[in-house]
Design a protein around this ligand. Sequence first.
Ligand SMILES: Cc1cc2nc3c(=O)[nH]c(=O)nc-3n(C[C@H](O)[C@H](O)[C@H](O)COP(=O)(O)OP(=O)(O)OC[C@H]3O[C@@H](n4cnc5c(N)ncnc54)[C@H](O)[C@@H]3O)c2cc1C
Length: 443
Amino acid sequence: MYYIVINFTNDTMADEKFDCIIVGAGPAGLSAGYTLAKAGLSAIIIERGDYPGAKTVMGGILYSHAIGELIPDFCKEAPLERPITEQRVLLLTEDASIQAGYKTKKFAQEPYNSFSVLRAQFDGWLAQKVDQAGVMVIPKTLVDTVLKENNQVIGIKTDQGEILYADCVLACDGINSLLAQKAGLHQEWQPQDVALAVKEVLTLPKEKIQDRFNLEDNEGCAIEFMGTISHGMTGIGFLYTNKESISLGMGCLLSNYQKSLIKPYDLIEEVKSHPAIKRFIDGAQTEEYLAHLIPEGGYNRVPPLYTDGMLVCGDAALLVNSIHREGSNLAIKSGILAAQTVIEAKNKKDFSKKTLSLYKKKIEESFIIQDLKKYRRLPHLLHTRNELFSRYPQLASEIAAELLTVDGRSKAEKEKKIIAKILGTHSLCGWGKMAFDFWRATR
Ligand SMILES: Cc1cc2nc3c(=O)[nH]c(=O)nc-3n(C[C@H](O)[C@H](O)[C@H](O)COP(=O)(O)OP(=O)(O)OC[C@H]3O[C@@H](n4cnc5c(N)ncnc54)[C@H](O)[C@@H]3O)c2cc1C
């Protein structure tokens, strides 16, 4: 696959005005571009990476519902790794693990629930679809700022000084979103609003993967893990099976890393040597090593989504449901909704804030804000109750060990010991308050 590289110094190009300029060729930008192309609007996507997917990082589970809305036949064409047929959750302590899981062959059939993907390949494929539909993707170009006239965004300027004009600019430029910042929609994120994740892609022969994870050809496994492994930091790890590789990573709040002085690359090495993880990756070769931020602030930190002549989508607007590790589907859906708003604005010939506020309404009516709103209190709880990543997993492990050790002591004696451990952690009132806080945080 190759891209047409436009010389922006060409005056004709610089003078051209588009219906829409999209900054960022991730899932949000590409979905917006595809939707606009299908509606016959003139648009262009500008990407700073050498190619789409060069700069993106994802665990990466791709959910079918969103990409299926954009390209119904995606599962026949897209470079997908494995349909995820099994999900496991591991609670890890230093030397033990507690596991829960769900497996069904139904997830290996249409309409499919989700797939593991490698983003460099997936983004490249989607960019090609967008290109074929009629919207050009321009790589190797960093957008530096937005141009404004009477407070209305009217175009962009690249770091090379080239200028392009449009009725509307979509900021799909990921978590750091220089564009939304330049448009005055938000300040830099606070360290407690983002997690720093480190990810490795580890190659392993297909047979070994299937053997170790108990999978057949058309099956995949997604494992999430948490516990004392994060040393009390709010964090979660993942292990996803691809066809011939494993994606392994761990993300913790940036503010926790700053305080604990733990190095993310030391933590990932520790994760890799944990007995419950090591057996899956033994003998695997590290093919890629990546680090990226993940939005964690939730509903209360979502910035304004629009201004005159501009909309913000995906990670740039912190649209990530970190509780369910969903981000790509929110990015795709928000890209589609932004494009639909641009189409309506074009019909009205009005790109003012008033018309573009339709985007906010669409986002609010979709699963995006409904899910984020449901969990609006949870980020604060997870960020402040660090027992979840220290005392509670340890307690759960000790209870399991007590229950499962057969040593001639009576069950009544064991029960007494377990109750003493539970009440030694919190009083009954304390446990009641904790349960209530969690119940309330998910309502
Ligand atoms: C470690 C990790 C694991 C994750 N796991 C999952 C998962 O399993 N499932 C899931 O659904 N989500 C997951 N996510 C979240 C998911 O990756 C994001 O929500 C999703 O990629 C957001 O898409 P986006 O298009 O908004 O932004 P991005 O994918 O970040 O794309 C933004 C694009 O904009 C480009 N860009 C940035 N600035 C500029 C600029 N100034 N000029 C030009 N181009 C620019 C970038 O190069 C990039 O290509 C994970 C994230 C991380 C970091």
